[in-house]
Design a protein around this ligand. Structure first.
Ligand code: NAD
Ligand code: UGA
Length: 465
């Protein structure tokens, strides 16, 4: 029979572990939830008024549960030892060196966390893979757990990938399209699955909780991200055709999306997709396909990432071309540094590639983002210290407002679709720009007609005129 989960530990207090387990704590007051991390600064921030991540609605959730049944700690061992169920929600970045470098997932953090579970557990546990992992990772976790466990301790492993998107994490967690739980089809595997299902069913109707085999669950996560990213690369590929023909990509997306088999969502052309996961997970799928001797399959998915690189590059080139083929010494305003609106996350943000492109052309850039800190921007601009900051410093100004960034700029480049960019005082901005004044809308978010009326030359992704 399934155990009743009374204590949950979550290893990894990041973008996924933090919000996910805070929501579990809020919705399940009878369960004690402890979120642990090795990073003391992150845990301190979770325990403060200044949470380490910006996510609409997160502050309220954390405030309502913290100190009652929600705790943040660096005492990983204690939280593991006490828990009945452990989420492993550590980072699984793309490997930087060794076999599979540039493609495969780095499972080192996951394996270290798994070893820790085996070493400190004195009772049986349900171990839940929350991190996004290659297909069949649960098997290696089980081998590690079984080889290192104390007598009498057994481990059931579940796969429970997370589908939340940043910026809407809390809404997604409150009301998910589905929750996916994968387990072995043994009695104890099914019991473990039932125990986790009972946690979620405190607020999610059971018809939305899908239970499948372990390998399907792991692969479904990679598949979901690959198919979402593929839609963006498809619409972005079409945006290039639109620019060359005079068709409008928003009209095309609308017309295509009205087919109920295609659906309207996720068809917004852009500067390219960013974020910590799409590229990583597709490369992971590419690596998996290659390892399985499926080179054509690998090539197919790789093209989704290649198209994205092309889109970022194409957009940056368009700016240079439009500014009469040189931006050397020119001031360019970059509005938005986060990879999408309503997050402070900058991982794989297209803004970074675009800024690098402009800097390599020796432009001067002024950057504004409402949520990203100046120190984070410098980490991104120097690739976390790989590139020396001194030579680029004279070319970069980080601004406190969009207006300040746009002052005297020869081009204004929208990289992130922050709502506030819609309501800027564009008349005033225009008054402070040299002529001709260019706006490049990489997110198709501004009122083109209104800007043109003011006097701007407006260049939008996916429109020919
Ligand atoms: P993150 O880097 O924000 O958080 C991971 C945390 O794990 C870090 O704070 C790190 O210090 C901690 N950690 C690493 N090893 C540890 C260990 N051995 N013990 C304790 N703590 C440890 O990463 P994230 O964005 O939360 O992503 C986590 C996983 O979830 C990844 O596999 C990712 O692919 C997946 N995912 C992310 C998102 C997203 O929107 N960011 C969505 C769905 C799935
Ligand atoms: C994405 C998925 O949407 C989540 O379901 C998944 O859990 C998550 O990845 C993950 O595994 O990490 P996220 O990256 O947070 O979530 O944000 P998205 O809303 O998917 O946006 C990703 C990127 O695509 C952003 O740069 C966004 O601007 C871009 N995008 C999105 C477009 O260019 N066009 C669109 O139509 C949609």
């Amino acid at each position: 029979a399934p155990i009743e989960v009374k204590k949950i530990c979550c290893i990894g207090a990041g973008y996924v572990g933090g919000p996910t387990c805070a929501v579990i704590a809020l919705k399940c007051p009878h369960i004690q939830v402890t979120i642990v991390d090795l990073n003391q600064a992150r845990i301190d921030a979770w325990n403060s008024d200044n949470l380490p991540i910006y996510e609409p609605g997160l502050d309220e959730v954390v405030k309502a549960a913290r100190g009652k049944n929600l705790f943040f700690s660096t005492n990983v061992d204690k939280a593991i030892a006490e828990a009945d169920l452990i989420f492993v929600s550590v980072n699984t970045p793309t490997k930087k060196s060794g076999i599979g470098a540039g493609f495969a997932a780095d499972l080192n953090y996951l394996q270290l966390a798994t070893r820790r579970i085996a070493e400190v557990s004195t009772s049986s546990k349900i171990v839940v893979e929350k991190s996004t992992v290659p297909c069949r990772t649960a098997e290696s976790m089980r081998t590690i757990l079984e080889a290192n466990s104390k007598p009498g301790c057994t481990f059931d492993i579940l796969s429970n990938p997370e589908f939340l998107a940043e910026g809407t994490a809390i809404a997604d967690l409150f009301n998910p399209d589905r929750v996916l739980i994968g387990s072995l089809q043994t009695q104890s595997g099914k019991d473990a699955c039932e125990a986790l299902k009972n946690v979620y069913s405190n607020w999610i109707s059971t018809d939305r909780i899908l239970t499948v085999g372990l390998w399907s669950s792991e692969l479904s996560k990679l598949a979901a991200n690959a198919m979402l990213a593929q839609r963006i690369s498809s619409i972005n590929a079409l945006s290039a055709i639109c620019e060359a023909t005079g068709a409008s990509v928003d009209e095309v997306a609308h017309a295509v999306g009205r087919d109920s088999r295609v659906g309207p969502k996720f068809l917004k052309a852009s500067v390219g997709f960013g974020g910590s996961c799409f590229q990583k997970d597709i490369l992971n799928l590419v690596y998996l396909s290659e390892s399985l001797h499926l080179p054509e399959v690998a090539k197919y998915w790789r093209a989704v990432v290649e198209m994205n690189e092309h889109q970022k590059d194409r957009f940056a080139r368009k700016v240079v071309d439009t500014l009469f083929n040189t931006i050397t010494g020119k001031k360019i305003a970059l509005l938005g540094w986060a990879f999408k609106k309503d997050t402070g996350d900058t991982r794989e943000s297209p803004s970074i590639s675009i800024a690098n492109h402009f800097l390599s052309e020796k432009a001067r850039i002024s950057i504004y983002d409402p949520q990203v800190t100046e120190s984070q921007m410098w980490l991104d601009l120097t690739n976390y210290g790989d590139i020396p900051a001194e030579p680029i410093k004279p070319h970069v100004t980080i601004c406190k407002s969009a207006e300040e960034a746009c002052k005297n700029a020869e081009a204004i480049v929208i990289c992130t679709e922050w709502d506030e960019f819609k309501t800027l005082d564009w008349e005033k901005i225009y008054a402070n720009c040299p002529r001709p004044a260019f706006v490049f809308d990489g997110r198709l978010m501004l009122d083109r007609a209104a800007l043109k009326k003011i006097g701007f030359t407006v260049i939008t992704i996916g429109t020919g005129d």
